[in-house]
Design a protein around this ligand. Structure first.
Ligand SMILES: [Zn+2]
Length: 173
């Protein structure tokens, strides 16, 4: 059941409103004016953003700055950075939202539920007493935190607890 939830939730996330042409994550990366910027971290390899259509408060997306569509394209450097960022943003999420667990993963390919080709790793906090999974999929869930407010809270916590890049030869931003 949980697996069904995880692999279906992205389908309606980015197709509600007309968007400018092009890959939404490349547009976020390029700070396109028509795209809502909810990013909470940017470095030379990855961007981390609050999901504009979260399935739960604190739902984050980690995506590579270069447009790539398959995790097998990651370089060792990217894998290392992604691992560090995942750990870091789990710590940040623990501080900001105190969830009881996480779903972490990819939808790769449209038939797997991905509505955006550009690779992105989902970090989805889970809470006790959530609305039932069927309601989540049906879009009946009540949003309990506005995504811009989520981004503001996470940015504040990031500022107070900066990401420590373990490889200083790879400058952030
Ligand atoms: Zn892209």
């Amino acid at each position: 059941m949980r697996k069904d939830y995880f692999f279906n939730f992205q389908k309606y996330a980015y197709i509600k409103e007309p968007k400018p042409d092009g890959c939404i994550f490349c547009l976020i990366r390029d700070r396109h004016p028509s795209v809502t910027d909810l990013s909470v971290h940017r470095d030379n390899l990855f961007i981390v953003t609050v999901n504009l259509y979260p399935y739960n408060p604190g739902h984050l997306l980690i995506f590579p700055t270069r447009h790539t569509e398959d995790i097998r394209n990651y370089t060792p450097e990217e894998e290392q950075r992604l691992n560090e960022l995942t750990r870091y943003f789990l710590d940040i999420a623990d501080m900001v939202h105190q969830p009881v667990g996480y779903n972490i993963g990819y939808n790769m390919g449209h038939s797997a539920g991905a509505s955006i080709d550009h690779l992105h790793l989902h970090l989805i906090p889970r809470y006790p007493h959530e609305t039932g999974i069927a309601d989540l999929i049906a879009g009946k869930r009540v949003l309990v935190e506005e995504p811009r407010e989520t981004a503001r809270r996470i940015r504040e916590t990031v500022e107070q607890n900066p990401f420590r890049n373990p490889f200083p030869e790879q400058p952030a931003d």
